[in-house]
Ligand binder design. Structure first.
Ligand SMILES: Nc1ncnc2c1ncn2[C@@H]1O[C@H](COP(=O)(O)OP(=O)(O)O)[C@@H](O)[C@H]1O
Ligand SMILES: [Mg+2]
Length: 72
């Protein structure tokens, strides 16, 4: 299990529900691609049989949790 935590702006429940969707971004046109988390989740799930989860609330930062089984 790998946990990555930041002290950034966090995200609303509405945004949090969509962050793993392909092409979802809250960044301005030309800055966000909406690919990072979607591809990360796909690799963790399909290649490693693991999970990618997030804990976050607005103004409280975000924590991403990668869990990968030790045995396939
Ligand atoms: N560490 C974070 N803190 C707050 N919001 C985040 C964080 N990481 C991702 N997000 C939210 O998830 C959305 C999708 O992220 P991502 O798939 O990496 O695409 P992009 O970075 O191109 O927007 C971001 O636009 C943002 O709204
Ligand atoms: Mg990103």
């Amino acid at each position: 299990m790998i946990k990555i935590k930041d002290n950034g702006g966090g995200m609303s429940d509405e945004v949090k529900q969509k962050i793993f969707d392909h092409l979802f971004t809250t960044k301005p046109v030309g800055q966000g691609t909406g690919l990072g988390l979607s591809i990360a989740r796909q690799i963790i799930l399909e290649k490693h049989g693991g999970t990618l989860e997030v804990n976050s609330s607005l103004g409280q930062g975000s924590e991403f949790i990668i869990s990968i089984p030790l045995k396939g």
